[in-house]
Design a protein around this ligand. Structure first.
Ligand SMILES: [Zn+2]
Length: 231
């Protein structure tokens, strides 16, 4: 069925990646810039990630000797330094995820480049190395993004949905990035977000429903030797 099976290095049937988008309270400030500080319950909900969950997730995956990639808006890196330090301490990767979870595809090329450079510098200051991976906030990849990422020396992006195996992106100058594609069913946001202030009201379901979707996708990746990426 899959015409282009990937010859994964060392011969496993499929590849698995664990990535997380740590948007935290950036999205509340983006949605309600004038009164985010009055929406206290949502603020606590969104800060649960960096203040509580990150340490648990890092510890759990480290107990299996698995490293993850955290895509973090640069504003969140400055707001939640303890969570970032915990990721770095565990050897996990910090990827680029915008500055304030803005939508890059609503920007001019110059404005997108400015925020991409600034956020890369903030990541480098926090982790001691420049980011190699990028995920566009809201998956709002723009027509300029490939060129900007190539200019800044990124190796890969993970925002697009054009394949179920990694594939190559090229800018007009022929420079290449690897794309690690997404799939909404493997995103915990799609299964769990229930918040009036963000206007996302997914039906509340038992975690078994999300697990069922994640496992079904893994079975398919295993059968067809493709790529499973949790987001
Ligand atoms: Zn995000």
């Amino acid at each position: 069925m899959v015409e282009n099976p990937v010859p994964w290095p060392n011969g496993p049937r499929c590849a698995v990646g664990f990535s997380r988008d740590v948007d935290a309270d950036s999205v509340l400030h983006l949605a309600h810039p004038d009164d985010a500080d009055t929406r206290v319950t949502t603020m606590t909900d969104l800060r649960f990630g960096p203040e509580v969950a990150i340490a648990r997730i890092c510890g759990l995956f480290e107990s299996y000797d698995i490293r993850q990639t955290f895509f973090v808006p640069a504003w969140c890196i400055e707001e939640h330094p303890k969570a970032i330090a915990r990721m770095v301490e565990g050897g996990h990767e910090i990827g680029h995820h915008g500055y304030m979870h803005e939508r890059p595809n609503t920007f001019t090329a110059e404005r997108e480049r400015y925020w991409t450079e600034l956020s890369s510098a903030i990541i480098e200051r926090a982790c001691g190395r420049r980011p190699r991976g990028h995920r566009a906030p809201w998956a709002a990849y723009s027509k300029y993004t490939t060129t900007i990422l190539a200019d800044l020396g990124f190796l890969y992006d993970s925002s697009l949905m054009g394949e179920d195996v990694p594939y190559v992106l090229r800018d007009r100058g022929g420079r290449e990035l690897i794309e690690l594609p997404l799939q909404a069913a493997m995103d915990d946001w799609s299964h769990y977000v229930q918040n009036v202030d963000l206007d996302y009201m997914m039906a509340i379901e038992a975690p078994e429903r999300a697990k069922e979707a994640f496992l079904a996708e893994f079975e398919a990746a295993w059968t067809y030797r493709t790529f499973w990426q949790g987001t």
